[in-house]
Design a protein around this ligand. Structure first.
Ligand code: SME
Length: 158
């Protein structure tokens, strides 16, 4: 897929999600819908899902809505790609997960990954959005910008 096609798909997903989720505030409904639309649209998405900040243990993530094979249930902040995105609040793009220190291999078929922090309208981190691919180097700045924009629209309403 070339850059222009990728960009067009993110724009399409963004428009669909803004329209489908209009007026909806339930977080589970929003997260499940984001997973569905994106996993269906991008054929290189192998695992697509959210890890939520556990309200009872502020420095731990717990698995939320996802599409794909079995994901691990809990990830401490700072651990693996998801935990790093949560601790730094910065999107992580990993071209080869086997080279990432502390990477958590939920499914050995995953070879590259992107994790985007999800911030609500109050500026609080509520989750991270994780996508894994079986190919190496699947994710780039177009994925980052596309996903950050979608998360902002759906969860911060901005
Ligand atoms: N690979 C992730 C763990 C989550 S799964 O891929 C579903 C990580 O290191 O954060």
């Amino acid at each position: 897929m070339d850059a222009a096609q990728k960009q067009a798909l993110y724009l399409e997903a963004q428009k669909e999600l803004i329209s489908i989720t209009d007026g909806e505030r339930n977080q589970t409904a929003l997260m499940a819908t984001v997973c569905c639309i994106l996993a269906q649209k991008f054929d290189y998405y192998f695992w697509t899902g959210f890890y939520l900040v556990d309200p009872e243990k502020k420095n731990e993530l717990v698995v939320g809505p996802y599409q794909g094979t079995l994901g691990c249930l809990r990830i401490p902040f700072g651990r693996g790609v998801c935990g790093t995105a949560a601790a730094t609040r910065e999107t992580q793009i990993v071209q080869d997960v086997h080279e990432f220190p502390g990477h958590i291999a939920c499914d050995s078929r995953s070879n590259s990954e992107i994790v985007v922090p999800v911030i609500d309208g109050n500026g609080d981190l509520i989750a991270v959005f994780d996508v894994d691919s079986v190919a190496y180097g699947s994710f780039d700045l177009i994925d980052r910008d596309g996903l950050e924009t979608i998360m902002r629209h759906v969860f911060a309403r901005a």
